[in-house]
Design a protein around this ligand. Structure first.
Ligand SMILES: C[S@@+](CC[C@H](N)C(=O)[O-])C[C@H]1O[C@@H](n2cnc3c(N)ncnc32)[C@H](O)[C@@H]1O
Length: 260
């Protein structure tokens, strides 16, 4: 088992609004499938499929798509939205398909949420046919031009400013993922960077993005004087960012592929 009860609950709760909360996954799903380049008719398994960002891109290329996810809520939505996709509730570490069943195994933004990605990679390799391909995307921690906001959050909430150097944070990095892929027996590894800029119209759009992602609750818990101090510093920071080239969230990711 590579999922926890808590992890499954989190994604069950997110299932209905997952792609509104993370609007860039649809685009990265298409990019991942283009990077893998499966011919029409390929047997594709999308692991940790969520709402189908990767699975539906493979479907659009004429592939025969199977999808799995640990969250019952995600599988339910996927089945309702894409009846052409065979979807199952399965853990990434225990896929329960015969050896060699697929030509391509994909997983968009999944390995980073697994406690033991090596188990999932070994299982993906088992269900791949000889010569089959694995294709993964991995989100990269990016502070970028929002450094002022991380510094503000650090001052008010005591959270550390994340390091741009993921190697220092213990996060799964592109380099570590390539090592895991090689250790699992995949060859001909290739990696490609992806930039996902999400422009925000103004300071209130930035606030509306961040508030439901935890900042609203954190600010709401501050005493009144600290809350208004935070709000005016936030507004000033966002307006400065807007004037200095625009308010943009700089999400980054890497695409990885390898052969069985
Ligand atoms: C960040 S979401 C990515 C969803 C989708 N692949 C995409 O690109 O939008 C991670 C997904 O992995 C699923 N997941 C988490 N742990 C899992 C596990 N151990 N086995 C299978 N799926 C898992 C979650 O339920 C969630 O749908």
């Amino acid at each position: 088992m590579t999922s926890t009860e808590q992890g499954r609950r989190k994604y069950d709760e997110l299932a209905d609004r997952y792609e509104e909360v993370f609007p860039y996954v649809a685009d990265v799903g298409k990019q991942l499938v283009a990077f893998a380049g499966p011919p029409p008719g390929s047997r594709v398994l999308d692991v940790g499929a969520g709402r189908g960002a990767v699975a539906r891109a493979a479907l659009a290329l004429g592939c025969k798509v199977t999808a799995t996810d640990a969250s019952a809520g995600m599988v339910e939505r996927l089945t309702a939205d894409f009846p052409e996709i065979s979807a199952y509730q399965r853990d990434a570490g225990s896929l329960d398909f015969p050896d060699g069943s697929f030509d391509l195994v994909t997983a968009g933004f999944v390995v980073q949420v697994l406690p033991d990605p090596d188990v999932a990679l070994a299982e993906a390799r088992r269900v791949l046919a000889p010569g089959g391909m694995i294709a993964l995307s991995l989100e990269k921690q990016s502070v970028g031009r929002l450094l002022w906001l991380y510094q503000l959050a650090s001052e008010f909430f005591g959270v550390p400013v994340p390091s741009e150097d993921d190697e220092q944070t213990g996060a799964l990095t592109a380099r570590k993922l390539d090592v895991l892929l090689a250790d699992a027996g995949f060859t001909d590894l290739e990696t490609s960077p992806v930039a996902m800029p999400v422009p925000m119209e103004d300071a209130s759009a930035l606030w509306n993005w961040l508030a439901p992602r935890g900042l609203g609750d954190a600010v709401g818990r501050l005493p009144a004087d600290r809350r208004s101090a935070f709000e005016s510093r936030f507004l000033a920071g966002a307006e400065r960012m807007g004037a200095e080239g625009g308010i943009v969230l700089d999400f980054r990711a890497t695409l990885h592929k390898g052969l069985r």
